[in-house]
Design a protein around this ligand. Sequence first.
Ligand code: NAD
Length: 459
Amino acid sequence: MSSNPYAGILQKQRDFFHSNQTKDLKFRRKQLKHLLEVITTNEDVLFDAIYQDIGKSKLETIATEIGLIKSEINHTLTHLDEWAAKEYVPTVLANFPASSYVISEPLGSVLIIGAWNYPLLLSFHPMISAIAAGNTVIVKPSELAANTSRAITQLINENFDTQVAYAIEGGIKETTDILNNKFDKIFFTGSTPVGKIIYQSAAKNLTPVTLELGGKSPAIISSDASIKLAAKRIIWGKFVNSGQTCVAPDYLLVDQKIREKFITELKNQLVAIHGENPENSEGLTRIINEKNFDRLQRLIDEKLVIHGGTSSKENLFIAPTLLFPVPKEHPIMEDEIFGPILPILEYSELNEAIEFIKSKPKPLSLYTFTNSSKTKQKVLDEISFGGGGINETLVHLGNHHLPFGGVGSSGMGNYHGKYGFDIFSHKKAIHEKSNLFEPNIKYPPFTNFKTKIIKWLLQ
Ligand code: NAD
């Protein structure tokens, strides 16, 4: 086997890209419509694959994956002409007479590497933006969601020309082999440590990257929050996909004045949403594999369990678990939890909560529960984070009018809607000069009069 088994596929894509066919908007639209049709006709295959991988219900697969993919395709089809159009901008006075504009041109052959937790969304969503922007695409879904990875690969490879879109199954070895090739863009979703490996590998070829990473996303619950609603929305956001969501609230910072009331409400909502026996709840998926199950088990500190804490290794199930009172230095506060365990910390002053969050890497998401516009504004002004919500969790990622991405350790670059189109495009800046006349000002001799005019034009 050649040491670079994917070079041939990439060369095919490059040759096709250089034929200029992907530059045609009709061509891009045709690929997107085809993708929509392929996903729609194969929904059952995808439902089954995800169910086998993590036991996710059909409704949740629609709500958190397939529905978002379809709506992104439709949104992109509606706006593609507008996004791809030449954008006229003003010309500075010194450069008159001329016009200035920006052309969005595709980057070329792009690589998309996905994570396992929303395996369809994290492969197809960036693929939509890449195709819309006129690129060819190689997709590498996560091997950990093995059935879904196989289904995605089959759907892409059986329904698209290799020169336009191709999927490769595999883990670290295959991804390393793929990365031995020079791409025009790498779009990676996954953990921060692997993000660093991808970034280093891309640097060898100066390949631009978008890194959609993870981290610990906090939720602040202020004393003036609507307690019942806050608890309900946090329970939903934390335990959907059993906490295996990049933007799930990782831990809570609760104002100590409402601590008891709020914790009681969290417990009430857990029972109301997932029942007395959560193992039977269709809203709770399974943990992806034994390695993660064992890792999560080790994080459950029995002394701190105030709800849940039970599990079944055979079924890869961990009950939604609340831990309280969690000290700031507790091991569970070190890395992203990525599972159904919710540590609760308390604070006495908002500044204390803000300083604590700021002492940690910048989070992917932050959620603030408050009815005070002062509190809301203070949090938004003082803490840097990727994106988030006021009085809500998760749903900002479902709005294709908002950019989605991290900052600092939680990632770089953002996508969704036009933002996705833009990160897969180069913005080519053009100054188009009129031939009607040529001011002599930039040519010698440089008289005092010309100097004065230049000074005036450039002030
Ligand atoms: P991961 O980093 O282990 O794997 C992601 C991808 O990288 C997979 O396709 C995998 O095959 C590949 N990979 C793994 N190790 C590699 C290596 N050494 N060299 C090259 N490629 C390698 O992440 P995961 O476990 O699949 O996903 C969980 C992480 O992803 C969490 O941290 C979560 O927060 C994050 N995530 C972020 C987003 C986002 O949009 N920001 C979305 C989902 C998940």
